[in-house]
Design a protein around this ligand. Structure first.
Ligand code: SAH
Ligand code: SF4
Length: 352
C-alpha cells in the first residue's frame, strides 16, 4: 500500500498495523499537508474551532528522579529548587479562575514533600473553592493507593507521559532505578481508577527511531487515552543530552495530525515545547489537529526555576499577559479559546 493509501486507511479504520505506522512516519514530509487536512476534518464535527485552555501550576522543582533528558533531574546540582505553599497554589488557581481557566494542572517533579497527606487536602480545597473546575495532576509515578486517595479527593485527570512505548528505548532515557513496567503500571492503574488519562512522548528524543515512534502510535491507538501530550525534545545544558539536537516542529505537527486522525475525540495540547522550537509552533500545532493549550499560571518568581529544558517560553509574562497573547494568536488563525472545562467527548456524546 502506498503511504497515501495508508493515511486514508487510518482515517477510515482508526487503526494500522505497526508496519503501517512506520511507513507513515517515514513519509512524513510528503504526507504532512494531507494529514493536517484529514486531522482538521476529523476534529471539526466534535470540537469545531474551539480550543481549550488548562492553567499549569508548577508546584515543585524538586525531583527524586534522574531522567537523562530533564533539567530538574536530581543530579543537576545547578537547578534552583522551590516548592509552592498551599496558599500560593490556591492563589494561582484563583487568579486563573478570574482569567477564565476551568482546569488546573498541578505539575511537578517527584517531590517527597508532596505526600498524600498534603495533596489530598490541597485537591479537596481546589475542588471546594472552584466546584465547576477540573483538577488535573501531573506529579509522576505514584502507588496505586496514592492514585486512589487522590481520585477520591476529587482529582479528575492525570497526565503521565509514557515517554516511549519501546522498553529498550525507555532504558536509554532513564536511569536503572526507573522502569518501563512501572510507568505502564501507573497508566493502567489510573485508567482503572477512572481518571481521564493522558499519556505522551517527546518527539526527537535521543535514540528515537521510526520504529520506536511506530510503537508509540500503536500504543496510543490501543490504550485510547483521553489526552495525549506530545512535544519536541529540547536539550537542557546541564544534562547528559545537552548536545543532542532538539526535535523538529514539523515532525511534531505531523504526529499530532496522525493522533487526531486515529482518535478524533482526543484532547491534544499544542505544547510550550512546540512553541519553544518554532516561533509560531503552537499555532501550527492547532492547525495540525491540536485543541488544547496549557499556559503557565505559576508565580513569576518561580517560572525560570521550573526548567525542564533550555529557553522555555513565557517565563517572563504574567498569567494575564499569557492569556491575552494566546487569545490573539489563536484568533489570528481562525480558532477560538473557550472557557469550559473541556472534558473528553466520548464517541457516544458526539452522536447525540
Ligand atoms: N515529573 C513529572 C511531571 C513533570 S515533567 C513527570 O515526569 O511525569 C513533564 C514532562 O516534561 C515529561 O513527561 C517530559 O516528557 C517533559 N520533558 C522533560 N524534559 C524535557 C526536555 N528536555 N524536552 C522536552 N520535554 C521534556
Ligand atoms: Fe523528574 Fe519528571 Fe524531570 Fe523525570 S521528567 S527528572 S520525573 S521532573
Amino acid at each position: 500500500m502506498t503511504p497515501e493509501a495508508l493515511l486514508d486507511t487510518l482515517a477510515e479504520r482508526r487503526s494500522l498495523p505497526l508496519e503501517g505506522y512506520r511507513s507513515l512516519i517515514e513519509a512524513a514530509e510528503a504526507l504532512a499537508p494531507r494529514a493536517a487536512e484529514l486531522a482538521r476534518k476529523a476534529r471539526e464535527p466534535i470540537y469545531g474551532n474551539r480550543v481549550f485552555i488548562r492553567g499549569l501550576i508548577e508546584i515543585s522543582s524538586f525531583c527524586k528522579n534522574d531522567c537523562l533528558y530533564c533539567g530538574l533531574r536530581r543530579s543537576n546540582a545547578g537547578a534552583e529548587r522551590y516548592r509552592l505553599t498551599e496558599e500560593e497554589i490556591m492563589e494561582c488557581a484563583d487568579e486563573g479562575y478570574r482569567l477564565g481557566f476551568r482546569t488546573f494542572v498541578l505539575q511537578g517533579g517527584e517531590d517527597a514533600y508532596f505526600t498524600d497527606e498534603r495533596l489530598v487536602p490541597l485537591v479537596r480545597g481546589l475542588k471546594t473553592s472552584h466546584p465547576d473546575c477540573a483538577v488535573t495532576l501531573s506529579l509522576g509515578e505514584r502507588s496505586r493507593e496514592s492514585f486512589t486517595k487522590l481520585r477520591e479527593a476529587g482529582a479528575d485527570r492525570y497526565l503521565l507521559r509514557h515517554e516511549t512505548a519501546d522498553g529498550a528505548h525507555y532504558g536509554k532515557l532513564h536511569p536503572e532505578s526507573m522502569s518501563f513496567e512501572n510507568r505502564m503500571r501507573c497508566l493502567r492503574d489510573l485508567r482503572e481508577l477512572r481518571y481521564q488519562v493522558g499519556c505522551g512522548f517527546m518527539v526527537g528524543s535521543p535514540f528515537q527511531t521510526s520504529e520506536t515512534l511506530a510503537k508509540d502510535l500503536k500504543f496510543i491507538e490501543e490504550f485510547r487515552p483521553e489526552m495525549c501530550g506530545i512535544g519536541p525534545f529540547v536539550p537542557h545544558h546541564a544534562t547528559p543530552f545537552a548536545s543532542c539536537p532538539a526535535g523538529s516542529a514539523d515532525l511534531t505537527c505531523y504526529l499530532l495530525s496522525l493522533i487526531r486522525i486515529m482518535h478524533p475525540n482526543i484532547l491534544l495540547p499544542a505544547t510550550t515545547a512546540l512553541g519553544t522550537v518554532a516561533g509560531n509552533g503552537r499555532e501550527r500545532g492547532v492547525l495540525a489537529g491540536a485543541n488544547v493549550l496549557m499556559p503557565n499560571l505559576s508565580p513569576l518568581s518561580v517560572r525560570k526555576k521550573y526548567e525542564l529544558y533550555d529557553n522555555k517560553l513565557c517565563t517572563g509574562e504574567e498569567a494575564a499577559e499569557c492569556r491575552a497573547c494566546l487569545d490573539r494568536r489563536i484568533r489570528n488563525i481562525g480558532y477560538e479559546i473557550v472557557t469550559d472545562r473541556g472534558d473528553f467527548k466520548s464517541a457516544n456524546a458526539v452522536v447525540q
